[in-house]
Design a protein around this ligand. Structure first.
Ligand SMILES: Nc1ncnc2c1ncn2[C@@H]1O[C@H](COP(=O)(O)OP(=O)(O)OP(=O)(O)O)[C@@H](O)[C@H]1O
Length: 303
């Protein structure tokens, strides 16, 4: 398997504080990789080392086959930092011109590429507006446009949707999947587990600077699913029908929680209730398995 990122015992110590320690990650090329952890876990520290903004205290890493800080890879990676502040007195077009010069894009390529990224992030028509007049969501799109300018082979996005409304988030998900389709590797730091679940192929969890687990989303989601059903008329027939589908059941008054192995069992639960003559008032899939894994591994959801 060809790797976009490989780190071997990568460590950053700030004075006597651990940023991250002994990080060994393997990010396959062409995947969307989700990097999850509570506040202060070491996510930004790792990304900053990978993009060359921080020197590691020890350990090694290779990006797109090159050792860290190789100048050649700078033109092949894109980066959207978490708390970016761009030159807000510039217009969007001026900002992108400036960044494309930093990327040393040829003048013939520059204009075409700027138009393309503006279109991709949905800011067409805003080219001549100053960044300072942009809403937070528009600023985040402008940041994403900068990160896409070099047509990167590998892109790091630190909380790319934190300022976006649900529609904006959906749009970013579409962009991420589009990037994946064209072979770009996406390294996504996100607190939004539902988003990670929707787009990522592989996920790693970090806490206290240490990687707790790295696995494919498929593997992480292969655990049990809890489904809560609010019923009236619970009787032995319903219980039997549900227990024929579920691995186990718990009943508390009108609430039945059924644990199933497979997503396809969820509609079967509803059918079983209706066929057995009980009334179904509400049906909720409890926490997603990714969320459960996150809580189990890190001891809590961060906000
Ligand atoms: N410049 C610094 N000097 C000293 N300690 C730092 C520095 N930057 C980060 N740290 C510490 O390193 C640890 C990891 O921080 P980091 O910002 O990498 O976490 P994070 O997972 O990105 O957090 P968040 O989700 O809140 O952005 C924290 O304990 C933090 O206080």
């Amino acid at each position: 398997m060809e790797l976009a990122i490989e780190t071997i015992n990568l460590t950053k110590i700030y004075g006597n504080k651990i940023g991250c320690t002994d990080v060994c990650l393997r990010v396959p090329r062409g995947q969307i990789f989700g990097f999850l952890g509570p506040n202060g876990a070491g996510k930004s520290t790792l990304v900053k080392m990978l993009v060359g903004l921080l020197y590691p205290t020890s350990g090694q890493a290779r990006l797109l086959g090159y050792p860290l800080n190789n100048i050649e890879i700078k033109g092949k990676i894109g980066f959207l930092p978490e708390n970016f502040r761009y030159h807000d007195w510039l217009t969007l077009r001026e900002l992108l011109e400036f960044h494309s010069k930093l990327y040393k894009l040829s003048s013939s390529k520059r204009s075409k590429q700027i138009n393309a990224v503006i279109d991709t992030v949905g800011l067409t028509g805003k080219e001549h507006q100053k960044i300072r007049t942009f809403s937070k969501g528009m600023q985040q799109r402008a940041g994403l446009a900068c990160a896409l300018l070099s047509d990167p082979e590998l892109i790091f996005l630190d909380e790319p949707t934190s300022a976006l409304d649900p529609l904006g988030r959906m749009e970013v998900r579409r962009i991420l999947l589009q990037l994946k389709d064209t072979g770009t590797t996406v390294f996504l730091n996100s607190h939004l587990l539902s988003e990670v679940e929707m787009v990522c192929d592989t996920v790693a969890f970090i806490k206290g600077g240490r990687i707790l687990r790295q696995d494919s989303l498929e593997q992480l989601q292969s655990g049990e699913i809890a489904v809560e059903l609010m019923l009236s008329g619970i009787n032995d027939i319903v219980k039997l029908a549900l227990s024929n589908i579920a691995l186990s059941l718990t009943i508390d008054g009108d609430i039945v929680t059924a644990f199933v192995n497979n997503e396809d069992d969820i509609p079967r639960l509803a059918e079983a209730v209706i066929k057995s003559g009980a009334h179904l008032y509400e049906m909720t899939r409890k926490r997603s398995s990714l969320e459960e894994t996150f809580i189990e591994l890190t001891g809590g959801v961060d906000h």
